[in-house]
Design a protein around this ligand. Structure first.
Ligand SMILES: O=C(O)Cn1ncc2ncnc(NCCc3cnc(NC(=O)Nc4cccc(Cl)c4)s3)c21
Length: 275
């Protein structure tokens, strides 16, 4: 941690640098804390937009959840502050930016790189699930790359404590949603952190194939997810296909647990696990 970091932050403490990206609810800037010279990313959220989007509670929950997370593959949230119109998130700066841009540029990742990323994701999810936190929005757009090429799960705007039955309508692509989250938030169907296992399977597929298995192009998407109706192209190795099929299982309880992902032959083969 940063013992010298004060608990109270304000905008004047930061030198604002270049814009890093533009999200749905606000912009992100490179920033440097003046007294320590510490470089970070500053996400600026407009309160009016958060009110309109009815997501203030989610941002508060994100701040509360993420402030207690410390893991090399989870983007740090160091703190937050606000002025009359805006909320500011003080975030760890990911030197190599957004993973999905690398994926789009390369088309698809070689198996050794995909396996290393999946191993890092599994380690981060194992840490999260031990704290009964589920991310619920695992997709390339929410993964950043650190200066040493390590990946960092970011944007915990949809994370909650498990178990949970969602009431807040989710926006954005359905590609990554597991079948159990597609059902309406009625009282009987609770889902748990195993939703992240499904998304890990979709992520593995997209790293290796370059597109999601249930492409969100037609209304058929929900039906194809509900039936787990997908095909793995022949250029994907049998070991990789085996892992994908063990994660994309309709019954959440039958999805391969994270410890077995980390021990899976495809992952072990490509990951020089430090001795
Ligand atoms: O990704 C980029 O655009 C560019 N980029 N490049 C490098 C880099 N290094 C760090 N961070 C970046 N971006 C911010 C990533 C986030 C982390 N946490 C978030 N949380 C959030 O947005 N919460 C939130 C907002 C509005 C409503 C709700 Cl419900 C929740 S966004 C970086």
């Amino acid at each position: 941690d940063h013992p010298q970091a004060p608990k109270q932050f304000h905008l004047g403490m930061f030198e604002i640098g270049k814009p890093l990206g533009k999200g749905k609810f606000g912009r992100v800037y490179l920033a440097r804390e003046r007294s320590s010279g510490f470089v970070c990313a500053l996400k600026v959220l407009h309160k009016s937009e958060l009110q309109q989007g009815k997501v203030e509670k989610q941002v508060r929950r994100e701040i509360e959840i993420q402030s207690n997370l410390r893991h090399p593959n989870i983007l740090r949230l160091f703190g937050h502050f606000h002025d009359s119109k805006r909320v500011f998130l003080i975030l760890e700066f990911a030197g190599k930016g957004e993973l999905y841009k690398h994926l789009r540029k390369e088309g698809r990742f070689p198996e050794w790189k995909a396996a290393q990323y999946i191993a890092q994701m599994a380690a981060a999810l194992k840490y999260l699930h031990k704290k009964h936190v589920m991310h619920r929005d695992i997709k390339p757009e929410n993964i950043l790359v650190g200066i040493h090429g390590e990946i960092k799960i970011s944007d915990f705007g949809w994370s909650v404590h498990a178990p949970n039955n969602r009431r807040q309508t989710m926006c954005g692509t359905l590609d990554y949603l597991p079948p159990e989250m597609l059902k309406p938030g009625s009282s009987d169907n609770f889902y748990n952190e195993k939703v992240d296992l499904w998304s890990l399977g979709v992520l593995t597929y997209e790293f290796l194939v370059g597109e999601a298995p249930f492409e969100d192009t037609t209304i058929m998407t929900q039906r194809r997810i509900a039936r787990c109706d997908m095909a793995v192209p022949s250029f994907v190795s049998p070991e990789a296909k085996d892992l994908i099929m063990r994660l994309l299982v309709l019954d959440p309880e039958k999805r391969i647990p994270l410890d077995d992902v980390l021990r899976h032959p495809w992952v072990v083969k490509h990951c020089v696990t430090k001795g």
